[in-house]
Design a protein around this ligand. Sequence first.
Ligand SMILES: O=C(O)CCC(=O)C1=CC=C[C@@H](O)[C@@H]1C(=O)O
Ligand SMILES: [Mg+2]
Length: 373
Amino acid sequence: MNAPISIQTVILHRLVMQLKHPFTTNIGDFQKKDFFIVEVIDSNGLSGYGETAAFPSPWYTEETTMTTQHVMESFLIPLLMNKPITHPDQVSQRFQVVRRNNMAKAAIEGAVWDLYAKINDVPLAVAIGGTKQAVDVGVAIGVQASIPELLHLIDTYVAQGYKRVKLKIKPGWDVHVLKQVRQQFPNLAIMADANSAYTLKDIDLLKQIDDLDLLMIEQPLAHNDFLDHATLQRELSTPICLDESIHTFSDVRLAIELGSCKIISMKLARVGGITEAKKIHDYCQEHHVPVWCGGMLEAGVGRAHSLAIATLPQFQFPGDTSASSKYWEHDIIQPEVKMTDGQVRIPNQPGIGHDINWDAITRYRIDKKVIKN
Ligand SMILES: O=C(O)CCC(=O)C1=CC=C[C@@H](O)[C@@H]1C(=O)O
Ligand SMILES: [Mg+2]
């Protein structure tokens, strides 16, 4: 039986970090990340760290930077502090009285998982049940100003060692672009992410991607439409991967039972944390459904959590957990996440396996809230 963990203090560090380059999808451009690093401190003064992923506006899910602050401060942190826990799995159970708000939940639950792993002196990946020492990683590339610029960018990332590229697509930037990329890179692992930019009216256009040997097409249709995705999957040989549709274990069961997809994008923030992610992983393993780790433009703490979950065996495709340098001049962890030959090695230090870079935290921090039990 694990010793009780009593959270005495929670600190919300609000940071704003400028992306090295704007990240463009069919919904809009991102220039900066406005988020929280959640620090949970136990009765011995040991800290665990988590990271919120919500964007400043509610376009990806219903959550935003500010909704996560409100739900963490007003509901989740009081629930966490009101009695000790003996295992991080109890955190998501305790949070069930709060509907949805998965990104707020995942940041706090992740911090407790990091603390738990440190208390038990094991890497977070080991505490989760991970089996890999290194994980394959790829890069996500937003919509570019021109096809030549896209091809140059892909060339740059391939030269760095990345073995998979994910390309954002949208009406007017899709089949013709993918065809030229495939022509230039005949053997490269390529996937497309549509962020719900299409409907079944586009079925004839989407069927053209079947000649391009893509790994998958991510979220072609609406976030809440399992039936049309099932209709589309029956027409496509390219596997559909669901991202924005998947918020819970029951969403995964529905999608697999209906045939809405053949691959699941796992994002700790979107599903509410590590405990739910492990449940989804185990179901996908049992039903032979590949999983891979999507990205949310994380800073180093969130990136380290994603890398840890990606060590579970059913993660079968390179994740979006590219090196820190893809997005950040200076990351908030040390050492930063580095990619070598298409892989990131999993640290064997306890917890997330990276120290917090407090100089960087101070540089980016715009607010700090200390909540004591
Ligand atoms: O974190 C990364 O490197 C990739 C991020 C990424 O592709 C996305 C983040 C959030 C929403 C989308 O734009 C997109 C996705 O759908 O996966
Ligand atoms: Mg996606």
